[in-house]
Ligand binder design. Sequence first.
Ligand code: BGC
Length: 337
Amino acid sequence: MRRWWKRLFYAGGIALFIGSASLTTYCAWNVYMYSGVGEEKTLAKAKDTYHFVLVPEELDNDYWRLVEKGAKAAARELDVDLEYIGPRQANIDEHLRILKKAAAAKVDGIITQGLTEVEFVPVINEIVDKNIPVLTIDTDAPTSRRVGYIGTDNYYAGFIAGRALVEDTQGMVNVAIITGSLTAVHQQQRVRGFRDAVKNEKRIRIVAVEESHITRVQAAEKTYTILKKHPEVNAFYGTSALDAIGIARVVEQFHREQETYIIGFDTLPETIEYLQKGTIEATVVQEPYEMGYRAVKMMADIVAGHDVPAITNTETKVIRKEDLPLRPARNYEVKTP
Ligand code: BGC
């Protein structure tokens, strides 16, 4: 009897040992499995976070900072990564090099301008061949395989600038045009639209077209040279964001602001100040914040497999002093750094 109890006791002990050992193994397996699954989840999450790149023609430019702000706001909302990289100062070779580098890094989408057909179309197509979607912003490259364009209708913007000059002036007008670039497509369209709008007006003559390389300083230098060479000039048209600011400075130095009509582009703070003062008479409004915001949203739609329109034009209009203060555009974070 005692031996029987002894056997039972040992058998129970062994069973208990085997039981607890299997429990431990089971728990350890679970812990291992759990961490394994966790890892997979992290990887899957990392893959879900898309990486988009926005390459503007010039980083150090207040107009592009507004585009960046809009793009970053959309990226925050969508929880995607957005990198804002480009030449510090406008430089086409560097711009193209950065685009190729972004493509080599296999980002999920690229947003950029199509500044010139000859240089940008092949690079955009090369990127699209690598299965990276491209959206053009601000300046389109319609002959490329970019998925879509978002921004101003640049010909129309130039045309309404020309119509504004016709409406706001009387008598003989000798116009000098300062354009950001003689070779960039959107700047050419803004000049062409303007020329078409004034071409049937005998009293309006375009006497000079000069290039500012989208800098205030060169816009000012060119204005100085024009006023020296063509003292008959009594109107200026600046086709990129900083041109009218450079023009206004020099026109004030020449004390010609009373008899000179200036129409520019964009609504940067300095432009608004000159408009308020009356040195600049009118400016063409673009929506850089909206362009950036909508481009990122559109890129997210593209990578999710949705169709997007080939062309989305943001609002463009001419404003004058009486239209101030400007109503902030949707999502426009005026005071945030
Ligand atoms: C144009 C941009 C350009 C900027 C330069 C804007 O009017 O839309 O393409 O880079 O001016 O300041």
